[in-house]
Design a protein around this ligand. Structure first.
Ligand SMILES: [Fe+2]
Length: 241
């Protein structure tokens, strides 16, 4: 069993959703969010309309310098949002422990929008052990996270609806939970609602001991497999916890 074989995993951390929502509102009232600017031609227009955000941790502590693919510029530091969202920053500290931090962003998906199928590991140079974490804060009903097996994906399927893939798995997450969301295989999100989706998104290094602790030191997360069989894998995780 491999962590990369499951579409998502609840880290099992207790979070205060009311405070997360309150701090999100404060941030959105006081600061603007900026559109994501993809370096990829096909994604550029679609992402600009669908996706926007502001950084909690970012390049040189800046609010808007990490709204595209690629590496940090300068030093990764907390931004001025720290004084407006102390609880969010405490949650970030708690999850990272002493492991190195990545960019941490509050990311919004506009009502009625989706992204393109993409994989951070297959396409964007993300290491296999670098895991994507999502903490949904405002999650409209019907908002779907979807994952497709990398072996079923081809470039010309980038705009396919999930139902056109045999291995597609779509699921709804819960507000105020912290999740590992699979970015090894291809994934997309669909906001079929009239409300915005707001989430905190960042990356962790699975090899760090403080991070491994969150996953319960599962020694059996080691070999590759097929994400198509993940219902069984998920059950194993749940029984284990
Ligand atoms: Fe992604």
């Amino acid at each position: 069993m491999n962590l990369n074989d499951i579409p998502y995993y609840d880290l099992g951390i207790d979070l205060d959703l009311t405070t997360l929502k309150k701090e999100t509102k404060t941030i959105l009232d006081k600061f603007e969010t900026k559109d994501y600017s993809s370096r990829f031609f096909l994604a550029r227009k679609k992402y600009k309309k669908a996706w926007s955000g502001v950084s909690l941790w970012g390049s040189n502590g800046e609010l808007y310098s990490d709204l595209s693919e690629g590496d940090y510029v300068g030093e990764n530091k907390p931004t001025m949002l720290e004084s407006y969202a102390p609880y969010m920053f405490s949650v970030i500290e708690k999850i990272y422990g002493k492991s190195p931090k990545s960019r941490v962003r509050l990311m919004r998906i506009r009502p009625g929008k989706s992204l393109l199928w993409h994989s951070h590991v297959q396409e964007h140079g993300q290491d296999e052990n670098e895991l994507t974490i999502q903490i949904p804060i405002n999650l409209p009903k019907g908002f779907k996270y979807c994952v497709v097996d990398k072996d079923e994906f081809s470039w010309y399927k980038r705009l396919y609806p999930p139902s056109w893939f045999k291995s597609a798995q779509c699921f709804e997450l819960e507000e105020g939970r912290a999740y590992y969301f699979n970015s090894y295989h291809y994934h997309n999100v669909y906001n079929n609602s009239k409300e915005w989706r707001d989430t905190i998104m960042f990356y962790i290094d699975y090899n760090h001991k403080d991070i491994k602790k969150i996953f319960g030191n599962k020694n059996n997360i080691s070999s590759h497999g097929n994400i198509g069989n993940n219902e069984e894998v998920l059950k194993l995780f749940r029984e284990d916890r």
